[in-house]
Ligand binder design. Structure first.
Ligand code: C2E
Ligand code: MG
Ligand code: MG
Length: 694
């Protein structure tokens, strides 16, 4: 029979109470039976008896309760300090002894659990090691392996699978992924596999990718269902071997066939396929795509003037900047020359396309340093949206091209969205280009001459050659109707040379007939000036015609200088070395600074008509005109005011000490024979006298 702690407590208490009661009894009996003296000695003995009993009780309490509990606590502490070897220090059969035994058996059980847990961990470690070995083997295997969920989502794919089907394959749907690689397979593959695996354990098939899909592959593929131990269908396992015998050379050839070797971007062929694929997704998913067509504005000029290496560098930089503006899922290609195309996929708003277009223009406009020269890349972009503007790849490419052309027409370095009426404009433009080309071949262009009159003497100093188109019906058309088309097309080179030749001939004729030096100014377009061989072709014309080169002046618009200063200086210096004079046309409309002008090898500034128009009434224009005249005088440049129509304008400019006046006040541009008569008769002289202030 186990003795409980309570019974021990009762025994102790009983002893204590017994001792106390017997003491009290002894005391009472002593009072009755003993005399005073004996009672006295008893009173002295009694507390000793009581004290001895209490001490006996306390000592028993310590041995019976406190010591076993302390031993138990000390041992239990070891458990908390991870020493599981607990052996109960209490052997008694009371509750403390029982508790010690319970703790001992618990610690034993825990020891067993822990040791089996350790074994499990070791076993798991070794399983993990084997798994990671397996994983690395599967991951690096030559085969393509993927694990697909029952609803065909790719949950795992090894490296070769990702290399073939794309880095984004994981988590995507197998059909989508497969269709990207094998766009010709129209029926969803998963449907075919599901049907096959309903009756058989394995699906097998062979497939070859189209030649334009890099890397090329020829797959022998299998799919089976993975059923786990409890019989549940967990996943599909896809495995394939690439049997394509592609050598590195073949791969390279394929790459070259579909990628641009300079920029590494897709080429036109690849891009077209890509666009068609995206259009299929638009149909399937009812989504939108934007097609952007981009053409660099100043590329031809830079390429011509700075050489092809600089041009290549510019294209590479442009390609890098464009790529940085796009997301991974967008496509970009170099279509050829300085033309690029971009597909923005999955756009939910047309607005997004304009955000990207703005971003592209800003990124391109950042300065690029080539051969130590800072240039800024400018571009015009056309944007078309599918399906709203069309669903055919050719149609969309044409739309984007048309919109790009519109952006070029409306000031360049900007973008335009396609609208159907742009299409009509382009049709008109193509028609016009044809007409202009044949007009040039049929010699329907003639030069008119407009005098520049000396403000001090009233003599005709020079004349500007201004082209007119005289069609067979006798109609005369001004440059505003055709000069842009000529300047932006290839015709500008032969046309420009024709203008120079005709101007030289006219200067020579005037000199021969009038025995007077009347300079002829010829307008030269920026592209003409920067074209390779321009200087030598001018030299040849001068020699051929036999004109004194100091009778020829070239007018070049101010805006040109901003684009490429050092090249411009080089070309202008060479022309000046031939003996020609250089005039800066439309001065004030660009951004020339004084320091800028000082570096240019020039002889004359022509104040743009827009400043002359409102003088002397408009105070601001008066200030600008005055400033330009003062600046020209400081730099020892001749200054011409163009577009002078009134006596007031003339008198104001005379007061400012302007050198030359050109404008309707003296004469409109005249056909060559009328101009000859004009000068011969000194028509300007009487106008001069009528308008002079003095
Ligand atoms: P520009 O070189 O600034 O020529 C001056 C233009 O102002 C000429 O127009 C001239 O007729 C016009 N003009 C002159 N005085 C007055 C005036 O008092 N009032 C008004 N309202 N206009 C005046 P045009 O002949 O129509 O030529 C226009 C532009 O076409 C020229 O501007 C020039 O940039 C270009 N251009 C003309 N001929 C040629 C050429 O042979 N080659 C090239 N590349 N461009 C040319
Ligand atoms: Mg001019
Ligand atoms: Mg002008």
């Amino acid at each position: 029979m186990r003795k409980s702690l309570l019974s021990k407590k009762i025994t102790l208490m009983t002893i204590l109470i017994g001792v106390l009661c017997s003491s009290v009894m002894v005391f009472i009996l002593s009072r009755i039976f003993f005399d005073e003296k004996d009672l006295h000695s008893l009173l002295i003995i009694l507390p000793f008896i009581i004290l001895t009993s209490v001490i006996v009780c306390l000592v028993s309490l310590r041995f019976l309760f406190v010591n076993p509990v302390r031993r138990l606590t000390d041992e239990s502490k070891n458990i908390s300090e991870n020493d599981w070897k607990f052996i109960s220090p209490v052997t008694s059969d009371d509750e403390i002894g029982v508790l010690g035994n319970i703790i001992e058996s618990m610690s034993r059980k825990l020891r067993e659990v822990l040791s089996s847990h350790d074994k499990n961990i070791k076993r798991l470690d070794s399983v993990n090691q084997s798994l990671s070995k397996m994983n690395s083997i599967v991951d690096n295997s030559q085969d393509l392996t993927a694990v697909l969920s029952p609803d065909w989502e790719i949950t795992y794919a090894n490296k070769n699978f990702l290399n073939t089907f794309g880095e984004n394959a994981i988590d995507s749907n197998f059909d989508d992924c497969y269709r990207d690689k094998f766009p010709d397979e129209f029926e969803p593959l998963t449907k075919i596999i599901t049907e096959k695996l309903a009756t058989e354990s394995l699906w097998e098939s062979e497939v070859k990718s189209a030649d334009n899909v890099v890397p090329i592959c020829e797959l022998f593929q299998t799919v089976y269902k993975y059923i786990d131990e409890s019989g549940d269908f967990v996943s599909y396992i896809y495995s394939a071997q690439n049997t394509f015998q592609g050598s590195e050379h073949n791969e390279k050839m394929a790459w070259l066939a579909y990628y641009d070797h300079l920029t590494g971007l897709q080429n036109r062929t690849y891009f077209k396929n890509q666009l068609e694929k995206e259009l299929l997704s638009v149909k399937r998913e009812d989504s939108l795509i934007a097609l952007l067509y981009l053409d660099l504005d100043n590329f031809k000029m830079i390429n011509d003037s700075m050489g092809h290496e600089a041009g290549d560098q510019l294209l590479i930089t442009a390609a890098e900047r464009l790529t940085k503006c796009l997301r991974e899922e967008d496509s970009i290609a170099r279509l050829g020359g300085d033309e690029f195309a971009i597909i923005l996929t999955g756009i939910d708003a047309v607005h997004y396309a304009s955000i990207v277009a703005n971003k592209i223009i800003r990124a391109l406009n950042q300065p690029v340093y080539i051969d130590g020269q800072g240039l800024s890349i400018k571009a015009s972009l056309g944007i078309t949206i599918a399906p709203q503007d069309g669903m055919g790849s050719a149609e969309l490419m044409k739309n984007a091209d048309v919109a790009m052309y519109e952006a070029k027409q409306k000031g360049k370095n900007s973008f335009r969205f396609f609208t159907p009426d742009m299409d009509r404009n382009v049709a008109n433009r193509v028609q016009k280009e044809h007409e202009i080309q044949s007009a040039f071949e049929n010699q329907e262009f003639i030069l008119y001459y407009q005098p520049k009159v000396n403000v001090r003497t009233g003599e005709v100093d020079s004349a500007e050659a201004l082209v007119r188109w005289q069609s067979p019906d006798g109609k005369i058309r001004a440059p505003v109707e055709f000069i842009d088309i000529i300047e932006n097309g290839d015709l500008i080179i032969p046309f420009g040379l024709w203008v120079i030749r005709s101007g030289c001939q006219q200067a020579k004729t005037l000199y021969k007939s009038l025995r007077r030096r009347i300079l002829i100014s010829v307008n030269v377009s920026p592209r003409q000036l920067m074209a390779p061989g321009f200087v030598s072709s001018v030299e040849n014309v001068i020699k051929e015609v036999g004109v004194d080169p100091s009778l020829i002046e070239l007018e070049i618009t101010e805006s040109l200088f901003m684009d490429n200063l050092s090249q411009t200086i080089e070309h202008l210096s060479a022309l000046r070395a031939l003996g020609l004079r250089i005039s800066v046309d439309d001065f004030g409309t660009g951004f020339s600074s004084l320091s800028y002008l000082k570096r240019l090898p020039i002889d004359q500034l022509k104040i743009d008509r827009s400043f002359i128009m409102d003088i002397p009434g408009d105070e601001e224009d008066c200030v600008i005109t005055e400033l330009i005249i003062t600046m020209a005088q400081r730099l020892s440049l001749e200054v011409v005011a163009e577009g002078v129509e009134t006596k007031e304008q003339f008198q104001y400019l005379q007061g400012m000490d302007c050198d030359l006046i050109q404008g309707y006040l003296f004469s409109k541009p005249l056909p060559p024979d009328e101009f000859m008569v004009y000068v011969f008769n000194g028509v300007q002289k009487s106008i001069f006298n009528q308008n002079c202030s003095g």
